[in-house]
Design a protein around this ligand. Sequence first.
Ligand SMILES: Cc1cc2nc3c(=O)[nH]c(=O)nc-3n(C[C@H](O)[C@H](O)[C@H](O)COP(=O)(O)OP(=O)(O)OC[C@H]3O[C@@H](n4cnc5c(N)ncnc54)[C@H](O)[C@@H]3O)c2cc1C
Length: 409
Amino acid sequence: MISIRTTCCIVGGGPAGMILGFLLARAGVSVVVMEKHADFLRDFRGDTVHPSTLEMMYELGLLDKFLALPHSEVREISLQIGKDRLVVGHFEHLPVRCKFVALMPQWDFLDFVAGQAKRYRTFDLRMRTEAVDLIEENGCIVGVRAKTPDGDLQVHADLTIGCDGRHSVVRAKARLESDDFGAPMDVMWFRLSREPDDSSETVGRIEDGRMIVMLNRNDYWQCAYVIPKGSADNIKRAGLDKFRATVAQMSSFPRERMNEIKSWDDVKLLTVAVDRLRRWYRPGLLCIGDAAHAMSPIGGVGINLAVQDAVAAANILAENLRRKTITTRILEEVQQRREFPTRFTQRMQIVLQNNIISPALKGKRPKAPFFMKMMQWPLLRRIPGRLLALGIRPEHIRTVEALAPETAG
Ligand SMILES: Cc1cc2nc3c(=O)[nH]c(=O)nc-3n(C[C@H](O)[C@H](O)[C@H](O)COP(=O)(O)OP(=O)(O)OC[C@H]3O[C@@H](n4cnc5c(N)ncnc54)[C@H](O)[C@@H]3O)c2cc1C
């Protein structure tokens, strides 16, 4: 068993963990980030980089470098509900440099953040390292036990932060209680090629108890087929041909294009959960991102929220970690700062789930709720776009670069 010591041990190298690790290392705090996978190569984890995250890149002086990576830009998002076509995200008016959502494979985003973070000697990223338990002494969490291909590892830390997503081991081992708000759907993800004559819009369609969202990824469509929770096995039993026919009808693409879905291996199932911890911390431990509050894919705002949690946590924790003055009061401050935006966003997701998705999946004629129609009025039209793009409490970088890259440590 190898044992190491650091100031902050972050479990999970998703958007929350990587951004937090980067910001703390940049502020001169020694950080270990452990990620159970060998790389960031996972398809369909959500590839949206929102204007607020792009603004954070600008504040870090990294925006031009970041946007040099291949991406597409979504400047408006519309939703077809029955006969109504509603614009739900219009970004022209936003008070930020990038008035668009960048669609970029999440592994490119995470690789980019890892590359920036590795310039600091205070940053230690350990891939293929899976947290399996917490180390507890006198009621205080003092580190993490992990499995690696080279054997067991113990990381002792002043603070452990769970960023390990919806099925968080950290939150389970810390016995933090959560409220489960339920989700009526799961999502089947697949790709279809994009032809030059196809529309360029990112669009959602709801009809006859079915729902599809198609994201324009330049040379392909990333498609999300939304299904009633737990119904994936029934859909598979009905056969791939029936699935292809349904998708052809929903997407209005030619039937031949559906042959690109060669087997069920081309269709990935992602289960959806919406929950939130009552308390995000206990002595020596904090959870943020989906580990503290699993987000539904509705609105594609989960990554944005995870990144903003990370920025807020770094702002509050960096100096205290450097001075070794972390207390539960300071951990509580992180929850207080981020709980309202989380509650509000989850509430909106649940309202949309209950009013649009649940009835639509039960085959009822979908009807756009009045408040969504109201948001089409010119003056109100800005509100949903702003909520989608920036969230309700955008966070800004307050941490400073402690030492020049390569010499920090
Ligand atoms: C079907 C679906 C589609 C979605 N689409 C979008 C979208 O388009 N846009 C959007 O913004 N949000 C989307 N979301 C929500 C979004 O995925 C999450 O809100 C966001 O990824 C949360 O980031 P995170 O860093 O907290 O957690 P995650 O992204 O879940 O990252 C957690 C990381 O921890 C690692 N890990 C887990 N357990 C361990 C362990 N024991 N030890 C070490 N590492 C571990 C995982 O491998 C992973 O890399 C979607 C969600 C679902 C379910």
